[in-house]
Design a protein around this ligand. Sequence first.
Ligand code: FNR
Length: 187
Amino acid sequence: MLSPMRIVGISGSLRRGSLNRSLLTAAVERAPAPMHIEAHGIDGIPLYDGDLEAASGVPEAVTRLKDAVATADGLLLVTPEYNQSIPGVFKNAIDWMSRPGSDIARVFGGKPVGLIGASPGRMGTISSQTAWLPVFRSLALVPYLGRTVYVSAAGEAFQNGVLASAMVDKLLSDYLTGLRDFVATRG
Ligand code: FNR
């Protein structure tokens, strides 16, 4: 019997019709055994403000997400791209999760992380995925670099929130298998 593998997936858009939320859902549905992907969002997280943190600590929504990541075998970020970089709302959520700094090692330290993303454009989040790499270094996350999933023209790949492209389906499934094997070797 293979031991279960729990991956926390976080999609980085607040939009109801988010393509990246749809991509995370597709990943949840395709997770190869014994990998289980738990889908999370970034809703309910305020803008980071050091005064707010000093007055009332880390918000409840952030604490819940931190604890989910801390107890997981790995992390999967599903990133949109704004102006060829990381959308502020997603970076804000990860910034909050890195507070207090003394908790970074417990939550992120040495944890394997996968990164995928979707955009309606031609380049399919290549630039924002590259922009995440220094963040991973800062948090001592260990990125899976074996394969890539850059979903371009994502408005066509997803129909009513459901993955409809056989090509992306294969790319995503192969990526998840690679991520599973990467996480397993680090366990
Ligand atoms: C975008 N978009 C975008 N897309 C892209 O591929 N490269 C880019 O640099 C940008 N820049 C950008 C800036 C801003 C401010 C917005 C609002 C949008 C388009 C973006 O990929 C598209 O809105 C996606 O649908 C966002 O992801 P979700 O919300 O569908 O997950």
